[in-house]
Design a binder for this molecule. Structure first.
Ligand code: SAH
Length: 319
């Protein structure tokens, strides 16, 4: 598919794309759905992403940082509950030096579980240290490949550095995840087509796509939310273009639309990321308002209903 083909599909009202993506998903990654247990361990962030409720200029957030022992105990209960992957996600919190993180990484890895990190931009040496300590995967969304829009959305950040992070992660040997937001103010469908081609070019191993959800404590408070269907289309097209990768049914999809997760799982997605953090901290990790949650039992019931099941392997990309 070239850019024109992608654009035509993004602009067309035809819904057959979703069925097609579902078929490709079944052929390439099967009916097992991988559950990744998410630990949101710090909402302290030095960045100022305009759309994100955790941006440093938002003074209305009560900030928290879990202690090492708390993180380890949540990871342990996740593994005991049967999760085969733990995901550690946070704001860009410098308190967590490479040294501290590597200690946490090796302790979690001793539990015989796959480990994904999502901590934002770090140096090559830090990423390398995380890998050497045992981390398997790293998620860092490009957010948008439209450089002008990127600059507007991330006033003090550097687009080149974001791309450098992705290249370094690949080079070091991480299973590398990226993705984009759909519906950022000023975003064009053309740039969404470029985003999809960027995923392909990087040969990303995981892609997370979510609609933009407006947060009341950010400069984008009065902007409309992203369009659910358009986000679903970007996700389905990504499945067609990278048939064997892992694609989550993102929480933002479920937050924006009732049954959004179910629709995503039937349009190309094969991963769900239930939250393992306790209710109090989950509330404080408010990147956007009314964040949905995935109850493990409910997910299992839903999967059964659609002829799917919880996969019991680590869920690495099957090339
Ligand atoms: N600090 C890490 C983790 C970011 S949170 C990093 O920089 O990678 C994970 C993702 O949430 C972000 O990559 C972004 O795409 C998404 N997100 C943030 N604010 C959002 C909003 N208002 N609506 C929808 N998704 C949002």
């Amino acid at each position: 598919m070239n850019k024109k083909d992608i654009l035509d599909i993004l602009k067309s009202p035809d819904k057959s794309l979703f069925k097609e993506a579902d078929k490709v998903r079944e052929e390439h990654v099967g009916n097992g759905v991988h559950l990744r247990g998410l630990i949101e361990f710090s909402n302290i962030c030095k960045m100022n992403c305009l759309y994100c409720g955790l941006q440093s200029s938002n003074k209305n957030v009560e900030r928290f940082r879990l202690a090492k022992d708390e993180i380890l105990s949540i990871a342990k209960s996740g593994v005991e509950a049967g999760y085969k992957t733990i995901v550690m996600q946070s704001g860009e919190d410098s308190y967590f030096s490479a040294k501290v993180l590597c200690e946490i990484i090796s302790e979690i890895k001793s539990l015989d579980v796959a480990l994904t990190l999502s901590l934002g931009e770090r140096t090559y040496d830090e990423y390398k240290a995380f890998k050497d300590a045992g981390a398997d995967r790293y998620l860092i969304r490009i957010e948008t490949t439209d450089e002008k829009l990127y600059k507007k959305m991330h006033p003090f950040a550097d687009f080149e550095n974001r791309k450098r992070c992705l290249r370094d992660l690949k080079k070091i040997g991480f299973e590398t995840g990226t993705g984009c937001l759909v519906g950022l103010p000023g975003q064009t469908v053309e740039s969404l087509a470029d985003d999809i081609l960027f995923f392909k070019d990087l040969d990303a191993d995981m892609i997370g796509i979510g609609p933009f959800i407006s947060h009341p404590d950010t400069p984008l408070a009065s902007e409309p939310n992203g369009d659910f269907n358009l986000a679903l289309k970007v996700m389905a097209l990504t499945r067609l273009i990278l048939p064997d990768i892992n694609i989550p049914a993102t929480t933002a999809m479920e937050t924006l639309k009732e049954n959004g997760r179910l629709l995503a799982l039937q349009s190309g997605a094969n991963v769900v990321m239930p939250n393992l953090t306790d209710v109090e901290h989950k509330k404080l990790y408010s990147i956007y308002p009314n964040k949905a949650s995935a109850d493990r039992n409910e997910v299992e019931v839903m999967l059964k209903r659609i002829g799917r099941y919880v996969a019991d392997d680590f869920g690495f990309r099957k090339h």
